[in-house]
Write a protein that binds this ligand. Structure first.
Ligand SMILES: Nc1ncnc2c1ncn2[C@@H]1O[C@H](COP(=O)(O)OP(=O)(O)O)[C@@H](O)[C@H]1O
Ligand SMILES: O=P(O)(O)OC[C@H]1O[C@@H](O)[C@H](O)[C@@H](O)[C@@H]1O
Length: 469
């Protein structure tokens, strides 16, 4: 009896979660409509919406004719990448080399000085390995496209102040500072004579990189440690824009959609407690129920409740289960994708990570179902967000007889590696778009932000006017 009571309670917790995570089509359409409304509000005035709708100052996406040697730095939520690209214009392939460095966790919560010194040192080391096939005309400074995956209020294409930290970062003395200024000072401290000619968010870099391959790219979405989106807006549709209207008539907007919030979002008690205990309570709610930093943590929190209230792991609660973020999304993904008949991957994850030596097949099946509920909600909400952008652009419908193609460039480790998440997102988008779906293409733009940042650095190089004259 006791055992069956246990199972019934565990089952009830799972059913309640499924109910509260429910994101059926009608709700997704409400979320998409709310996203569109917030996009308008964020473009109308500063602070007009939770969506910051940041002006990127990218009003001309690279043509692909850019030439020369450029560097790109990409500071993301988990990794830091240094890259060099030899652009040869359209007629010759891009040559590129890069190195990826994990960001030491202590630097995410240290000082601005320490973080930027770490970045400058890694860059100096990488520049020192510049070899065959990469060349810079004599007397020129090496130029950098700086991809910075956090909300920045741009003052120009090559400068901007940090609005706030997100994900796992919290470095108080950097908030409000110009991130290009911080990097430039750190480069001077290591004697590195380089110049940042473009500062872009990774979604803007991905959009630029995606457009390089495909002129129909209209938006970019990142599903990585965090999540965000950028898209090409018509300059006259930005009431808060005080500057001269760009002659291109276009402006790339960094939505910072991770901060989206709506009463239509299916939130649970686990989301509330995760948010309350996070580094940024009350912020980035959309991101906290979708992105890679958080999905595994949501699963952990549900398992904690099942352990406490249904003795899911027996009479004692595994001590490891109480450690926040011990269950990472890659581990959740591995369990979710377990195709073995005895779910041995689930068993080994429980043993290796939570030190649960034995688990029944019934337990393992419930855990796979738990992963599916949490991942599906995130995937379906990401699809709703994309629908919201398409609605804002009037591309969620196709006028009679009109040819239209809308490519969405996607990148980020969650999208790239979590197959079931990606498939669920793409099938949901198809379901939401109906017959319009054949005009919308989701394209994986692998490391688009690195190439994109280098291209933007090239198209705003200090040496451009010399060549023109
Ligand atoms: N195998 C995987 N399955 C699911 N998610 C993954 C996997 N590998 C990485 N991720 C997610 O991708 C994130 C890294 O995304 P990435 O775009 O590579 O870096 P960043 O977020 O630093 O830009 C990790 O935080 C993790 O949440
Ligand atoms: O590439 P990452 O680290 O997953 O970042 C994605 C997004 O993460 C969000 O937290 C940031 O506010 C965005 O600026 C960023 O684009």
């Amino acid at each position: 009896m006791k055992s069956s009571g246990r199972w019934a309670k565990a089952e009830a917790i799972l059913r309640e979660l499924e109910e509260n995570c429910g994101a059926h089509t009608a709700k997704l359409r409400q979320v998409a409509d709310a996203m569109t409304v917030e996009m308008h509000a964020g473009l109308a005035s500063e602070g007009g919406s939770k969506l910051k709708m940041l002006i990127s100052y990218v009003d001309n996406l690279p043509t692909g004719d850019e030439k020369g040697l450029f560097y790109a730095l990409d500071l993301g939520g988990t990794n830091f990448r240094v890259m060099r690209v030899q652009l040869g214009g359209k007629e010759s392939m891009i040559k590129q080399e890069f190195e990826e460095v994990s960001i030491p966790p202590h630097l995410m919560v240290g000082s601005s000085h320490e973080l930027f010194d770490f970045i400058a040192a890694a860059l100096a080391k990488f520049v020192a390995t510049e070899g065959e096939g990469f060349h810079l005309p004599a007397g020129r400074q090496r130029e950098i496209g700086f991809t910075f995956s956090f909300p920045v209020r741009q003052l120009s294409l090559a400068s901007g102040t940090l609005i706030k930290w997100t994900k796992g970062f919290l470095i108080e003395d950097a908030v409000g500072e110009d991130v290009v200024g911080e990097l430039t000072k750190a480069m001077e401290r290591v004697g590195l004579d380089m110049r940042v000619t473009a500062l872009v968010n990774d979604t803007v870099g991905t959009l630029a990189g995606g457009r390089y391959d495909n002129p129909d790219v209209v938006a970019a979405v990142i599903l990585g440690t965090g999540t965000n989106a950028a898209y090409v807006e018509r300059a006259h549709a930005i009431p808060k824009w005080q500057g001269l209207l760009p002659k291109s008539g276009e402006m790339v907007i960094n939505m910072e959609w991770g901060n989206f919030r709506s009463s239509h979002l299916p939130l649970t008690e686990y989301d509330q407690s995760l948010d309350a205990e996070s580094l940024n309570p009350g912020e980035q709610i959309f991101e906290k129920i979708i992105s890679g930093m958080y999905l595994g943590e949501i699963v952990r929190r549900v398992l904690c409740k099942m352990a406490e209230e249904a003795d899911f792991f027996g009479n004692d609660i595994p001590p490891k289960l109480k450690i926040p973020f011990i269950l990472r999304t890659p581990d959740m993904s591995a369990m979710h994708h377990d195709t073995s008949s005895d779910l041995k991957v689930v068993g080994s994850k429980l043993k290796d990570i939570l030190e649960v030596p034995n688990s029944s097949l019934k337990m393992r099946k419930m855990i796979v179902e738990l992963c599916d509920i949490v991942a599906s909600r995130g995937a379906r909400l990401a699809a709703a967000g994309i629908l919201g952008i398409l609605k804002k652009l009037g591309r969620d419908t196709v006028k009679e007889g009109e040819k239209q193609k809308s490519v969405i460039a996607l990148d980020g480790g969650l999208f790239e590696h979590y197959t079931k998440f990606r498939n669920c997102m793409e099938s949901t988008l198809n379901e939401l778009l109906g017959e319009v779906t054949e005009t919308v293409i989701v394209k994986h733009s692998n490391d688009g932000s690195g190439i994109g940042a280098a291209l933007l650095a090239a198209s705003h190089s200090q040496y451009l006017e010399v060549e023109d004259s």
